[in-house]
Design a protein around this ligand. Structure first.
Ligand SMILES: Nc1ncnc2c1ncn2[C@@H]1O[C@H](COP(=O)(O)OP(=O)(O)OP(=O)(O)O)[C@@H](O)[C@H]1O
Length: 311
C-alpha cells in the first residue's frame, strides 16, 4: 500500500466543506483517476493528499507513516510525492534542460544527462532545450512540469488535468511512458480530470467524485459499460437513456444491433442526421417520445427504422 486516506475532510472557509469523509487506499504502482464535475473538490483533494494544505479532520498515511501537517513544516509537502498542476513552479530563469537536470542531483553526471535527454525526447521538448522556461508556451510549460516531476523519481505522482494542452499522439506517448514507470518503479499515480474518456485508457481504477464525496469506484470497463446512472456514465462518453416498460435502460452508442434479435430490446427509431467522426459516423435518431439517441456505425443509417439494444 502506498497511500491511505482515512475519513478526510477539508474546507477553505470553516462553514463550507469542500469535501467530506473521504476514505480510500492507493496501491503501489496503481494508476487511479478521480473524475468529476468542475468545482467538486478534486484539485483541493490532490493538494491535501500531497500534504500541501491542511485537513480539517481525518488522516493520510504515506507508506504507513502519518503525512505531516503542512502547518508543522517549513516547506509543505513530501519529498516522495510530486504534484503537477497549473501552479507547478518552474525555475523561469533556467533553460528547459536545466529545469529537468536540476531535479537529478541524486544521479551521477552521465546518468543525469541520459535521463534528461530521455525526458526531453518523451515530452518533445528537445528543440526548446536551451530556451528559458519563461519563454515557452503554456502547453510547453505543462509538459516541462510533468518532465520535472518525473525527474524527481517520486513514489507518488499526482497529475491535475494533465491533458488540457496535449495533442492526441503526445497524450498516448506520455500515457505509455508513465504506465511503464508505474510498473517498473512501482510508482503510484493519481490523475484528476473532468474528462472521463481520457481516464478510461490511463487508469487501473476510477473514482467518481461529486459534491465533495466519492460516489463510485469503478474499473474502466465498469465505468464505461456499467455506470450506476446517467450522470456518472456521461463522463465516460455518449450514453443513451430510454424507458422501456417504465424501466430506464442505459446503453452506449455501440451496444446495439440492426439484426432482429429476440433477446434484445427492440426500439422504433427515425433517423435524423449523422455526423462524420473520422473512424465512424454518429447517427442521431428520434424516438417515438421525441427524445434523441445516438448510435455509432461505419456508415449513415438513413434507412434504419428499428434497432435492437444488446444490453
Ligand atoms: N484557494 C481557495 N480559496 C477558497 N475557495 C477555494 C480555493 N480554491 C478552490 N476553492 C473552492 O473550492 C471548491 C473546490 O474547488 P477545486 O478546485 O478543488 O474543484 P475541482 O473539482 O478541482 O474543480 P475544477 O475541475 O474546475 O478544477 C470550489 O467551490 C472552489 O471555488
Amino acid at each position: 500500500m502506498s497511500l491511505k486516506a482515512e475519513n478526510i475532510s477539508f474546507s477553505y472557509i470553516d462553514q463550507k466543506m469542500v469535501f467530506k469523509d473521504i476514505s480510500f487506499t492507493l496501491q503501489a504502482g496503481e494508476i487511479l483517476s478521480i473524475v468529476g464535475p468542475s468545482g467538486t473538490g478534486k484539485s483541493s483533494l490532490l493538494k491535501c493528499l500531497a500534504g500541501l494544505i491542511p485537513l480539517n479532520s481525518g488522516k493520510i498515511y504515506f507508506e504507513d507513516e502519518l503525512l505531516p501537517n503542512p502547518r508543522d513544516l517549513l516547506i509543505p509537502g513530501h519529498p516522495e510525492i510530486a504534484l503537477v498542476n497549473q501552479l507547478f513552479k518552474l525555475d523561469e530563469y533556467f533553460s528547459v534542460r536545466e529545469n529537468i537536470s536540476n531535479q537529478l542531483h541524486h544521479l551521477n553526471n552521465e546518468d543525469r544527462k541520459e535521463f534528461t535527454n530521455e525526458l526531453l525526447e518523451i515530452f518533445e521538448l528537445e528543440s526548446l532545450s536551451e530556451v528559458k522556461s519563461r519563454e515557452i508556451s503554456g502547453g510547453e510549460q505543462q509538459r516541462l512540469s510533468m518532465a520535472c516531476a518525473l525527474a524527481k523519481e517520486p513514489k507518488c505522482l499526482f497529475l491535475d488535468e494533465p491533458f488540457v494542452h496535449l495533442d492526441v499522439h503526445l497524450n498516448k506517448k506520455i500515457e505509455d511512458y508513465i504506465r511503464e514507470l508505474a510498473k517498473v518503479r512501482n510508482m503510484s499515480v493519481v490523475l484528476v480530470t473532468h474528462n472521463g474518456v481520457e481516464a478510461l485508457s490511463w487508469s487501473d481504477r476510477i473514482m467518481v467524485m461529486s459534491n465533495g464525496e466519492i460516489k463510485s469506484n469503478y474499473t474502466p470497463h465498469q465505468a464505461y459499460f456499467k455506470p450506476k446512472n446517467l450522470f456518472e456514465g456521461r463522463f465516460f462518453g455518449e450514453l443513451n437513456s430510454v424507458y422501456i416498460n417504465k424501466k430506464q435502460v442505459l446503453f452506449r452508442p455501440n451496444e446495439y444491433t440492426l439484426m432482429a434479435n429476440e433477446k434484445a430490446l427492440k426500439i422504433d427509431v427515425s433517423w435524423k442526421n449523422a455526423s462524420f467522426k473520422g473512424t465512424y459516423f454518429a447517427n442521431y435518431f428520434r424516438l417515438e417520445n421525441g427524445k434523441t439517441i445516438v448510435l455509432y456505425a461505419d456508415e449513415e443509417l438513413k434507412k434504419t427504422k428499428e434497432i435492437y439494444v444488446t444490453k
